[in-house]
Design a protein around this ligand. Sequence first.
Ligand code: ADP
Length: 481
Amino acid sequence: MQTVPTQAMIGGEWRSADDGCRFDVRDPATGHVIASVSDCGEAETRVAISAADQALVGWSAMPAAGRAAILRRWADLMIERADVLARILTRENGKPLGEARGEVLYGASYLHWFSEEAMRAYGDVIPAPGSDRRIIVTKTPVGVCAAITPWNFPNAMLMRKAAAALAAGCTLVAKPAAETPLSALMAAEIGIEAGLPAGVFNVVPGKDAAAIGEALTSSEIVRKLSFTGSTGVGRKLIAQCAPSVKRVSMELGGNAPFIVFEDADLDAALDGLMASKFRNSGQTCVCANRIYVNDSVMEEFASRLTDRVAALHVGAGDQARTEIGPLISEAAFAKVERLVSDALARGGRVRTGGAKHPAGNLFYRPTVIEGVTPDMDVMREEIFGPVAPLAVFASEAEVIKLANDTEHGLAAYVYTRDLGRAWRVGDALAYGMVGINEGVLSSAAAPFGGVKQSGFGREGSRYGLDDYLEIKYMLMGGLSA
Ligand code: ADP
């Protein structure tokens, strides 16, 4: 395997943990150790915060065009090395190589996007109540920011935070998931090569997430935390940020409804569902989680879906034909098994899959379950696995009610050829993002984020920069002759 940095990136230098401790990173396809990474904690995080603080003055004062040029170079180098980065990503996360490569390009697209947005952090001049005065609004960087990212998109979840933060003139301390620190460390290496000044982008890997999280949230220097992960951890981090009144962006869990009306183009709906449900083995927060199909088309839809799902090729991500890789951990595998047995115990029926796959310990067969009802755990919890639960509905009003009956509100999908219905249902869904006749929503140009307990803040698009900017108002007086 390509040489990969395994120490923390702090203040422009690779540093071991103070006590020299390291932790193992494993390939989920084989269980083999692929790297041993510096196990940092509270002390190293404090040093990283201080490095980010020292770098802040220079970075925020650099003209936006200068920051933009570095971000663009960073993206270009990532794209040049996409194959190498993808191989590392597949080794630590398990996803198929093609998906890993797609993720690297997607991560780089945020750097490109925000390199341009950096130039457009416009302010405003507003007529004041008196004609001898002007109200002037400028946008200033929030300051030192922290990012805590998950294992399901080890490159892209970090790059979309880093790109916006750095474009705005903030500096960053990032804590990647312990399962997948290598992509973040590779990104840091390439960032330094692209010209990031020391301390602007720091990466602190470690197994003790709570200790690193505590150091980041309790710091008075850190002015903002951006988190992507589970709702449970998100709630905790919001509370931890309260004493120092930090700004927070939270991209938390989802429980996405995928609605197929009787007038839908079923070919398109099947394509959309396969892309939405089975990408990353079903381990994304925008994966279709509850699939509602109108009763008049259910049998045709279920039967065609079952054929497609049964044909999916399961295996290690680096094998050419693989479409479904392993789950990330034993805990993830156990959760999928629990959700499936609960559904079967309550009357659900397996059409395909429903068991472990022989490819290895963490491989689960792509599964379709029909006869699913709202009381089942599979409909109430985020599945995070290759399991498609099918439930029937009769009317538009009924399915809207079912779809909104959750604490979550990240992504929803609707398939219909009726334009009026598309708008009505799209408007009625209490979600931050709605895909209408589309199963893949995210792009650097679009605002990604949720409502309700799926969080707040938006990543990507022109709105994404606002998460890292303060609005500053100055009143200029004495203008009368
Ligand atoms: P998942 O269940 O998908 O792993 P988590 O919310 O547990 O989601 O993890 C997302 C990120 O949050 C990871 O980087 C993880 O290490 C980190 N994390 C988990 N618990 C805490 C915590 N108590 N404080 C700070 N970070 C945490």
